[in-house]
Design a protein around this ligand. Structure first.
Ligand code: NZQ
Ligand code: ZN
Length: 387
C-alpha cells in the first residue's frame, strides 16, 4: 500500500426530506447567492419552488443562472462568472446533476480569478481562491457532490478538460433519494455505468496489498449492479435509489484511492470522444471500458481473475486465468447491454474519422494510465476495437 492523505471537507446531509435543512446550512451566506441549475428538470419536479421557498424563508437574496448543459460549456460558465462579478455573489448553490455541480465549481473558481477560467484546466494557473458552493444533488453518477473536481467543455476548441482543488469541495451536499425518482431511464443507466467506471479506474491498479480498498471497491460494484437493476425496474424504489446515490458518492469521495495508484485512462479517452460528439459521459464509458479491460488485463491477470470471481461469481474450476479474466470482462459487457447501455461507437453514430485527433489529445502530455501506460497507438487500438 502507498502512503496517502485523505482530507474531505464536504458535509453530506442524506435522506428523505433533507432539503428542509437548506436554510440552516446556507445561513452563513444569505447575501447574494447564485442559484445554478440545468435545463428544467428541477422546475418540473417542484424542487425549484421548494428551494426558492427555503431561501426566501431566511431572507436570502439570490440571482439565477439556468440552462447548464449536460457536458457543461465554458461559454455558460463565463456567463455565471460575469454574474458573480456584477452582483458581488458570495455563495453558489448548485441544484442538479454532475454537470450543474461542475459548472458551479468552475464559476466559483473563475469568479475570483482575473484571467480565463480555462487556464485552470491546462495547468496555466492554479486555483488559489474560490467562492464557497453548496449542492442539492438530483442524479446518482459523478460523485462531484463530495469532491473537488470539475469537468468542463470548450465547445470552440472541442476540448473537455478537468480542473480540481481542495477549494472546490462543496461546503455541503444535500442528497434526498426521492429527488432522483424522476431521473429518466437512460440517465439512470448512464449514472450506473459512470459509478462502476469510477470504481474500475481505482480498482484496476498495480498497487498490491490493498485488501480493504479492494473489498470497498467490490462492495460498491455489487451494490450498484443489484440496485441499478432495481431502480430501472421501479424508478420510485427509494432504497434502490438511495443505495445508488451512496455508492456514487463513495466511489468518488477519495475513499477508494487511499494508498492506491489509480488509472483514469478510460476517462481521459472518453472525454476526448464527448468533446467532439457531445456524447453522454456514461454512454462513452459503457462502450470503451470493456475494450480497455481486454487491452490491458494481461498486465496483471490475477486482479482481473479476482474481479471476475468476486464481483460476477464466475466459476473458476478447470479454467485458465485468461479464461476467467475474459469471462469477467464479458460479464461486464453483458450487464451494460442488459441495462440498455450502448456497446459500440457505431451505435451512437460515431465513426473513425476523428480517432487520430482523439488519440493525439488524450496523450498530449505523454502516456496515460497506470495499470498499463497507454501510448497513442494503444489509445487508437482501443478506439478501433470500440467501433
Ligand atoms: O438539465 P436538467 O434539466 O436538470 O436535466 C438533467 C440532464 O439533462 C437530467 N436530470 C438530472 N437530474 C434529474 C434529471 N432529470 C430528471 N430528474 C432528475 N432528478 O439528467 C441529464 C444529465 O445530467 P448531468 O448533470 O449531465 O449528468 P451527470 O450527473 O451524469 O453529469 C455528467 C457530467 O459530469 C462529468 C461528465 O464528464 C459530464 O460532463 N463528470 C464529472 C466528474 C466529477 N466532477 O467528479 C467525474 C465524472 O467522471 C464525469 O467526468
Ligand atoms: Zn465518470
Amino acid at each position: 500500500m502507498n502512503g496517502f492523505q485523505l482530507y474531505n471537507t464536504t458535509r453530506l446531509v442524506f435522506g428523505k426530506g433533507k432539503v428542509n435543512r437548506l436554510g440552516e446550512l446556507i445561513s452563513p451566506y444569505i447575501d447574494n447567492i447564485l442559484l445554478v441549475y440545468g435545463g428544467g428538470s428541477i422546475k418540473k419536479s417542484g424542487l425549484y419552488n421548494q428551494v426558492k421557498q427555503e431561501l426566501a424563508s431566511i431572507g436570502a437574496t439570490i440571482e439565477e443562472l439556468a440552462g447548464i448543459e449536460p457536458n457543461p460549456r465554458l461559454s455558460t460558465i463565463n456567463k455565471g462568472i460575469q454574474i458573480c462579478r456584477d452582483k458581488n455573489i458570495q455563495f453558489i448553490l448548485a441544484v442538479g446533476g454532475g454537470s450543474v455541480i461542475d459548472a458551479a465549481k468552475a464559476i466559483a473558481a473563475g469568479a475570483l480569478y482575473p484571467g480565463d477560467v480555462w487556464d485552470f484546466t491546462i495547468q496555466k494557473a492554479t486555483i488559489t481562491q474560490a467562492l464557497p458552493i453548496g449542492t442539492i444533488l438530483t442524479l446518482a453518477a459523478t460523485g462531484s457532490e463530495m469532491n473537488g473536481g470539475s469537468v468542463i467543455t470548450n465547445w470552440e476548441t472541442n476540448q473537455k478538460r478537468t480542473m480540481g482543488s481542495k477549494l472546490l469541495y462543496p461546503e455541503f451536499s444535500i442528497i434526498d433519494p426521492a429527488l432522483t425518482f424522476t431521473v429518466p431511464r437512460n440517465q439512470t443507466v448512464n449514472g450506473i455505468v459512470d459509478i462502476m467506471s469510477h470504481v474500475f479506474e481505482q480498482y484496476f491498479s498495480q498497487t498490491t496489498s490493498t485488501p480493504l480498498q479492494e473489498r470497498f471497491a467490490e462492495g460498491i460494484l455489487q451494490t450498484v449492479i443489484e440496485n441499478g437493476e432495481k431502480a430501472l425496474e421501479n424508478g420510485e424504489d427509494y432504497d434502490a435509489r438511495a443505495n445508488l446515490l451512496l455508492a456514487g458518492t463513495y466511489a468518488m469521495n477519495g475513499t477508494l484511492p487511499t494508498g492506491v495508484e489509480a488509472d483514469w485512462a478510460t476517462h481521459v479517452i472518453e472525454h476526448e470522444v464527448s468533446a467532439i460528439y457531445d456524447l453522454p459521459h456514461g454512454e462513452g464509458l459503457a462502450i470503451l471500458f470493456p475494450n480497455w479491460m481486454k487491452h490491458v488485463y494481461q498486465e496483471r491477470v490475477e486482479k482481473f481473475v479476482q474481479y471476475a470471481v468476486r464481483v460476477w461469481s464466475i466459476d473458476s474450476v478447470d479454467k485458465s486465468d485468461d479464461e476467467i479474466a475474459l469471462e469477467g470482462i464479458q460479464a461486464t459487457r453483458d450487464y451494460f447491454t442488459r441495462i440498455g447501455a450502448p456497446a459500440t461507437l457505431s451505435e451512437v453514430g460515431i465513426d473513425h474519422s476523428h480517432f487520430e485527433r482523439m488519440a493525439d489529445e488524450a496523450t498530449q502530455f505523454g502516456d496515460i494510465g497506470y495499470f498499463k501506460k497507454l501510448t497513442k497507438e494503444d489509445v487508437l487500438s482501443i478506439l478501433h476495437a470500440s467501433i
